[in-house]
Design a protein around this ligand. Sequence first.
Ligand code: SUG
Length: 420
Amino acid sequence: MNTPVEINFDGIIGPSHNYAGLSLGNIASATNAGETAYPREAARQGIAKMQHNLDLGIAQGFFMPLDRPNEGWLEMLGTGVAGAEPHIRAAAFSASSMWAANAATISPAPDTADDKCHLTVANLQTMPHRSHEWPGTLAQLKLAFADRDHFSVHVPIPSPFGDEGAANHMRLCPSHDAPGIEIFVFGKSGGPFPARQHIEASKAVARKHRLNAERTIFAQQAEIAIAAGAFHNDVVAVANEQVLFTHEQAFEQPEALYGEIRNKLPEADIIIVPADQVSLDDAIQSYLFNAQLVTLPKDAGMALVLPTEARENQPVWTYLQNLVAGNGPIRKLCPVDVRQSMANGGGPACLRLRVVANPETVDQRFMATPEKLERLTRVISEYWPEAINPGELSNPALVNDIRTARSRLLDACGLNELDR
Ligand code: SUG
């Protein structure tokens, strides 16, 4: 079995999961600031999503939560957990590495000049709480994809060029194991909100991944989409194999982009959701595009693994039901409950990083099986805090519980070398 397949690596939701309102431009994060979070329930929801995808017949992997609070980072800022101002303390505690779509950008081997799968860890420098993720993420990528015959792992793009990883990158191809085209979506401005992906970062990633310029596209994200709360492109568009499923208002120059895509990949199937059926606001509230658009085994077509919020939004659900009733490639809707992550602006697709590779070339400690997911659930049920309010982050007992919880998970996966 040497054919590369799509593997979804989910970020396990860490024991410090909380709602601190840290992400300007992310409506859910702002709305839920200060609410009590439920890390144990959150992590179980994440595991259930992974099990659901295994049940669909999709290869699944995972990444460990990072060591939080990040005391090394606080030290660089001349402070510590007890003395830090609340917004800095919250940034040090954030469990934001759960959103693995922001971990790195991936170019599978069929697209690259040296026939290796290239991964560039994202610098995430626009948001302070995410800017210190990359060293911990890089350590895991180097372990998981240590096989140098098949993978090439790159350090982050330097400042000041913000890079948010796969959330702003789409690949279209006839099938996962065939050469495809790669679309890098960058932001220029977003009204009152920051554009997090810089074009120079996207171009640098494309160069480092040794992509063919003829099969690479750079497209600007619509300013109105960012201003409406689509802080990453994967909130308004998703691609899988030959299908691009996108909101009409996702891109600044949609017609030019669709033309370039059809030109470079004639078999592309572009499904455009019109704003008069699903408004940008409904798209962002329901996260219908933050679905995992996956290819089902046995020629069963494609499925959208969606947040349950999409089922509760009437225009969105009506649109989706009509979509799967038609003759198009998307045939199945699978709502999953990831509400704890959703309340921080992270849907099913945010929680995963797609890597096209032969699973046998990946360090098996990062690959999921039903038994392993059960083992992880036992650790989570025993050690993850039940509830966290951002007001209690300075409590030393909580810090201790969070540390112990992560260590037990590393033990369970044989990944203690990731311990600090
Ligand atoms: O970067 N939320 C994340 C959500 C990331 C979603 N990822 C993708 N769209 N791929 C973010 O805005 C909120 C944390 C807080 O407010 O406590 C947060 O970081």
